[in-house]
Design a protein around this ligand. Structure first.
Ligand SMILES: NC(=O)c1ccc[n+]([C@@H]2O[C@H](COP(=O)([O-])OP(=O)(O)OC[C@H]3O[C@@H](n4cnc5c(N)ncnc54)[C@H](OP(=O)(O)O)[C@@H]3O)[C@@H](O)[C@H]2O)c1
Length: 281
């Protein structure tokens, strides 16, 4: 990570969970980190805790649904540092209803935060890097295992569609960069269940009756062998947090793989990483 000391990173969704854990690791590695989210007071509190570390965390309020707020952050970074060297698109929102029951406004919200905002940050960061002839920047997009396989939880179905979108967009940027002979790296990281607020109340099955839920899952195409062995409700509450069984990753686990991808040598690009808890059900 020495090559990143004193360089500038932008991390979205920095106020808690995986984004906060990523900020901690980048600051410890000596980077100047711009952490953005709506709850700026949480990022500021983290920044205060990190005082004395090699790098620093700069807290900025930004609602990723508002393009002008994203561009304001880039304007400040450009004015102070010239460019951003690393971007981690981590922020995301998920839904609380199946697609059958979902509301258009919630789908638009998910698309805005999970797909459109990272498209803006990727485009803006890459343009800045190219304008400044900086050919070794790195963009990391945080997807999910649901970027590859549809979740069996109906409340995750539209969110999963946005995660597929983010993965395909990451690959699209990568292809365009390579066609320009650019060495700017693109990485997509797909975590499984991770112990953050994201999981709270989000894993409820379609039907509180487990047998009914299994019938539903089979009806929508989940193979019998892939069905959870226990009622997934067990995964929602404190069980997942207190269990001795490792059913969830820790936010720091995902941050460690961000560091791994950033530590790759100049000639190598970690394009995709999937990290699952060792036991899912
Ligand atoms: N936890 C899991 O089990 C899991 C599994 C697979 C993938 N992931 C992925 O990992 C990433 C991090 O998830 P997490 O579990 O750490 O989530 P989290 O704890 O729910 O945190 C989400 C972050 O996104 C920010 N955010 C949401 N809406 C925003 C908006 N409109 N503008 C700006 N920031 C916004 C939140 O900040 P504010 O509310 O302060 O704005 C918060 O910092 C996400 O991409 C998620 O899809 C998580």
């Amino acid at each position: 990570m020495e090559k990143w000391e004193g360089k500038v990173a932008l991390v979205t969704g920095a106020s808690k969970g995986i984004g906060a854990a990523i900020c901690i690791e980048l600051v410890k590695s000596g980077m100047i980190v711009y952490g953005i989210a709506r709850s700026v007071e949480l990022i500021q509190a983290l920044s205060d805790q990190l005082k004395g570390q090699k790098g620093q965390l700069i807290a900025k309020k930004c609602d990723l649904r508002v393009k002008s707020q994203i561009l304001d952050v880039f304007t400040e970074i450009e004015k102070k540092h010239g460019l951003v060297h690393v971007v981690v698109n981590n922020a995301s929102v998920s839904g609380s209803a199946s697609i059958m029951d979902g509301e258009t406004k919630d789908w638009r919200n998910m698309l805005a935060v999970n797909v459109v905002a990272p498209a803006i940050t990727c485009q803006k960061a890459i343009n800045l890097m190219m304008e400044k002839d900086y050919d070794t920047g790195h963009i990391i997009n945080i997807g999910a295992t649901s970027s590859h396989n549809i979740s069996i939880y109906p409340s995750h179905h539209f969110w999963s569609a946005t995660k597929y979108g983010l993965r395909s967009m990451t690959e699209g940027f990568s292809m365009e960069l390579k066609s320009l002979k650019s060495h700017i790296k693109m990485t997509h990281i797909s975590p499984g269940n991770t112990k953050t607020d994201f999981l709270k109340g989000k894993m409820m099955p379609f039907d509180p009756d487990f047998e009914e839920f299994k019938k539903f899952a089979v009806r929508v195409g989940v193979k019998e062998e892939n069905l959870p062995k226990k009622n997934p409700v067990d995964l929602t509450g404190e069980g997942i947090y207190n269990s001795e069984e490792p059913r969830a990753l820790k936010p720091g686990d995902v941050a460690d793989y961000v560091i791994y991808a950033l530590s790759s040598p100049l000639h190598a690009e970690v394009s995709e990483l999937t990290i699952r808890p060792i036991q899912t059900y």
